[in-house]
Design a binder for this molecule. Sequence first.
Ligand code: GN1
Ligand code: MG
Length: 356
Amino acid sequence: MTLDTIINSFEIEGSFVSSETIVSGYINTTYKATTANRSYILQKINHSIFKNVEELSKNIIRITEHIASKASKGKDDFTLKVIPSKNNEGFYKDSEGNYWRMFNYLENSTTFEVLESIEQANSLGKAFGNYQKLLIDLPAPNLFEILPDFHNTPLRIEHFNKSITVNFENRKENAGEEINYLLNLAPEMGDIVALGNQKKIPLRSIHQDAKLSNILFNTDNDDFCIIDLDTTMPGYLCYDFGDAVRTGMNTAGEEEKDISKASLNMNLFKPFAKGYAKASKQFITKEEIKTLVLGAKTITYEQAIRFLADYLNGDIYYQTSYPENNLIRTKVQIELLKDIIEKYDEMLDYVLKQYK
Ligand code: GN1
Ligand code: MG
């Protein structure tokens, strides 16, 4: 099936002119499609990961409509909208069984792999805090749990252990040090799930993939829009805080090959934490505040074992561009994790002060 047939299966304005691939994320495939009138984002949904596209699509329509209904006037052109298919659904299934969806394209917007300023760090904190706030009054029922146990770290550790026995092409030999380091830390990585099970922290609707690159900043840097809503579902606040730290405050990007470049940038962490506290002050509980930095440590750990498990399984989950890609990604996460552990008390101290 050609892209123009797929594009024409959606309610587009104007006739189709061109399309180009956009590099974005490790899971779905993304294109920019342009018609005579305007541009759109077209995505091929990774159906082997997102098995229930109907539910996925329903979640995203509910979230985008809820957020758009709250956007202040004049700013509503910087919100994400689902473009329906001609069958009036939030997705289109082609004759080969592939699932596609379309969004409006936000003109004059940029994403970043590494934060470039204190102001941006502050915006990153506000953006995810605000996203969580906007979803607090999302009318019932709860969002579908698209990927159950997504940030269940103890379960991720079990999967990691299984991948060690899979040992694709004997890759274990290249990762002995990393495997040992991560297995040694495993016993201390179940605290968030335990607090949740004890009902000390509540489940809320959160983004669950709160990466820096999932924020579109407008060119004036005074507005932002959160994208990649696939995993927005019930979870704990600290997961988003943690993922934003993992991706935004790392002095290296996720794809960096020079491992020594990875570290936690405190100069960016502070304005980030300030921005997040400003947006979350009204709704966050005392217990949740105490878990935020734990989220940064746990999510960075979790990402390290997810990349390493995929390496040991033979690169079946994340898109990779060279054979050692997932191993190098793991090493970057470990380097960052070590620095987070080193700076943990300082980070926690700073966060607690923001809520006084
Ligand atoms: C994936 O879709 P993308 O690339 O933003 C993954 C996240 C990981 C991330 C690693 C559904 O996100 O959980 O944190 O890669 N998404 C899924 O950067 O597994
Ligand atoms: Mg994603």
